[in-house]
Design a protein around this ligand. Structure first.
Ligand SMILES: [Zn+2]
Ligand SMILES: [Zn+2]
Length: 135
């Protein structure tokens, strides 16, 4: 499936081909800190199937507890998280952060990982009172 996206400020624009069978929610503590919120939702590209129209994201390499390194691409201007991928050479699969994708409404997660660190209240938000726009 072909998708496109952009960061909040619009400096970074991209197109990608994704695997719609691989959409997940990650509750790991790294995703909580890097996203600044409760969990992250990620869709994976096909190998090397991501291209940027002009400006490339800035890269932050995080080292996980396991020692694994992951390159985190984000907009240097507005801070929007764009992707994570492997470090080094070889074909790359990108885990796109779905909040920057134009098609995000249609990208429904089919799996959750790192439930061990999921926040206690995260399964209850469907029962909270809601309004259609901000206060
Ligand atoms: Zn930006
Ligand atoms: Zn994670």
């Amino acid at each position: 499936m072909n998708v496109n996206g952009r960061c909040h400020c619009g400096v970074i624009k991209y197109t990608a081909e994704i695997d719609p069978q691989r959409i997940l929610i990650c509750h790991c503590t790294d995703c909580q800190a890097l996203s600044g919120t409760a969990f992250r939702t990620v869709v994976f590209t096909l190998p090397d199937a991501l291209s940027f129209s002009s400006v490339e994201p800035k890269i932050y390499v995080k080292t996980a507890q396991s020692g694994n390194k992951r390159a985190q691409g984000f907009c240097a201007e507005c801070g929007s998280a764009i992707y994570a991928t492997t470090v080094g050479d070889g074909p790359k699969v990108y885990g796109l952060r779905i909040g920057t994708l134009a098609q995000r409404d249609f990208l429904k997660p089919n799996k959750q990982i790192w439930r061990r660190s999921a926040l206690d209240w995260v399964d209850d938000i469907g029962t909270l009172p809601g309004v259609l726009e901000g206060p």
